[in-house]
Design a protein around this ligand. Structure first.
Ligand code: HEM
Ligand code: HEM
Length: 157
């Protein structure tokens, strides 16, 4: 390997390593998805203009920023699993991983096919709905110390 190539791969390695700790955008996007998703939910009463706007935001952000940023963060971040001695973070991280797969794949299915009213459609809708309800508080608990919603950390020196 030549010097230039070695420097480039060294640089990429550091960018990747730092990405493993850049949780803010992944966390923010997850909360945006959750709250925009909740407003689409039929049992929440909001005017249809807001519902259709939220559905558009939910689907567009879900298929673009969410998939790209969360996948990049997640693949870099999961390498922490190997060396970590923090049991709570390793266990919650592994559960988050399963829920992220369930929530995203069901979301992608709903994006392309929706729920046509058959049993499988309702099943996928339930997978999406319940996995998102478990995922959101779990990510908050997992990231708690550094969470974007943990307001106390902004006041510390
Ligand atoms: C790949 C990313 C995602 C895509 C493409 C996506 C797509 C969709 C679509 C199309 C719907 C409407 C379903 C329907 O009414 O038939 C929906 C509903 C919903 N989504 Fe997502 N979603 C994604 C990720 C997420 C994430 C990460 C969360 C939360 C953490 C979430 C939470 C919700 C909620 C709460 C609903 C309302 C449930 C319902 O109507 O049954 N979604 N999503
Ligand atoms: C959007 C999802 C995620 C967010 C926002 C997130 C965020 C964070 C944050 C902020 C920390 C530092 C916590 C602290 O030191 O108190 C952390 C640690 C950790 N996370 Fe995640 N995480 C996510 C998903 C995952 C996943 C999917 C895994 C595993 C597959 C995982 C595994 C770990 C491990 C093992 C640690 C501990 C690292 C150490 O020993 O210092 N996380 N995560």
């Amino acid at each position: 390997m030549q010097v230039g190539e070695r420097q480039a791969s060294h640089y990429l390695y550091h960018v990747w390593k730092r990405l493993a700790y850049r949780h803010k955008w992944a966390e923010v996007l997850l909360y945006i998805m959750f709250f925009s998703g909740l407003l689409i939910w039929p049992f929440v009463e909001v005017i249809w203009q807001i519902k259709s706007l939220m559905l558009a935001i939910h689907m567009l952000v879900g298929m673009s920023f969410f998939l790209i940023i969360v996948t990049a963060f997640w693949t870099a971040h999961r390498t922490l699993l190997k060396a970590s001695k923090k049991r709570f973070l390793s266990v919650t991280g592994s559960v988050i991983e399963i829920l992220l797969i369930l929530c995203s794949t069901s979301g992608i299915y709903l994006f392309f096919y929706g729920n046509p009213g058959n049993e499988f459609g309702f099943f996928i809708q339930n997978v999406h709905f319940y996995s998102s309800w478990l995922l959101t508080p779990l990510v908050f608990a997992h990231a708690l110390r550094w969470s974007v919603l943990n307001l106390t950390r902004y006041f510390k020196k």
